[in-house]
Design a protein around this ligand. Structure first.
Ligand SMILES: Nc1nc2c(c(=O)[nH]1)N[C@@H](CN(C=O)c1ccc(C(=O)N[C@@H](CCC(=O)O)C(=O)O)cc1)CN2
Length: 300
């Protein structure tokens, strides 16, 4: 069997088109433009790229983009004051603080300072609790993107065995909650899971989010399973020339594609869905703030 490729780049483009369509309609009917504020502290090169891309795509879907770039040595009190100001700004419907933050800043304190209804990353403790208890929440973008791709590929997920490898607060735990919400039987596996290979071999859905290059070999994948690879790992690629590198996921793609029914590639799988879902969440936050109907198919 050679797996069907789940093209996250193409799917993300369809999500952004739906967002753009809905934004145009609320602009026309309500004279409201959703606004997203992105805060970048420091000069981490990867974060720079992601923030630039977020700003560009926000404008492309017709929303207002507000970028706040602060120096790496910014005091915590100054960052909290900026968040306070954004919380109070009615033109700003979504606030995102790009992670990771410089070491001297307390990530939890900063995230929990964002008004929960503007927390388009879904990392605020109140959104975490709401998702875990099945209440309306802002849902973290990466797991939301994975869920959208799974629903699009499989239709109903009800009754399927799903394994999430990785238990991070940002991906593993919310992913498990979302799969439970769609009536999967969910196992959350991690580095201390006994007989991990056997656990994965029973799964109809495998979500790999361990952050270790090609950690999951192909012979762990059940025939016909759907594999969602969240990992983005840069590894040396001497075959491309001296000092060159390439991106790989947490799954050995070439091997897994022999067994899986469908699989997301890296790059071009889950990654592009993260930003598409950020835009979807900003639109959702705007609709909730103004008591408007929420966009269909763009939330959990
Ligand atoms: N506040 C947040 N910080 C971070 C998040 C987040 O969701 N919220 N996620 C990551 C970074 N990230 C978005 O911020 C992100 C990562 C990767 C991609 C992506 O499209 N990757 C491409 C490959 C890119 C490359 O060539 O290097 C892909 O997978 O195809 C988008 C967004 C950490 N911080």
């Amino acid at each position: 069997m050679t797996a069907q490729i789940i093209d996250g780049k193409a799917f993300a483009a369809t999500v952004r088109a739906k967002v753009a369509d809905h934004v145009a309609r609320i602009k026309e009917a309500q004279n409201i433009t959703p606004g997203l504020a992105v805060v970048l502290v420091g000069d981490d090169p990867a974060s720079e790229v992601y923030v630039r891309s977020k700003g560009k795509l926000t404008v492309e879907v017709g929303m207002n983009s507000y970028e706040h770039r602060l120096p790496a040595e910014t005091a915590e009190a100054d960052l909290l004051a900026l968040i306070e100001q954004l919380n109070a700004d009615s033109d700003v419907h979504g606030i995102l603080v790009q992670l990771p933050l410089p070491k001297h800043l307390d990530e939890s304190l900063v995230i929990n300072a964002i008004a929960p209804e503007k927390d388009v990353d879904g990392f605020h403790i109140s959104n975490v609790g709401r998702l875990a208890t099945g209440q309306k929440a802002m849902v973290p973008c990466t797991p939301l993107g994975c869920l959208m791709m799974l629903r699009d590929h499989l239709g109903s997920l009800s009754g399927l065995n799903a394994v999430v490898i990785g238990r991070s607060n940002i991906v593993g735990k919310p992913m498990a909650q979302l799969l439970l919400g769609d009536s999967c039987t969910v196992t959350v596996a991690h580095s201390r899971t006994k007989d991990l290979a056997d656990v994965v071999r029973r799964a109809d859905i495998v979500v790999a989010a361990v952050g270790r290059a090609e950690f999951v070999p192909g012979d762990w994948i059940k025939k016909g399973a759907t594999v969602i690879d969240v990992g983005i790992n840069r590894v040396a690629a001497p075959e491309k020339g001296e000092g060159k590198s390439r991106l790989v996921g947490d799954v050995n793609y070439a091997q897994a594609a022999q067994n899986a029914g469908a699989i997301t590639p890296v790059p071009g799988g889950v990654g592009p869905m993260t930003i598409a879902c950020l835009l979807a969440n900003t639109l959702t936050a705007c609709c909730r703030a103004h008591g408007l109907a929420e966009p269909k198919g763009l939330t959990a």
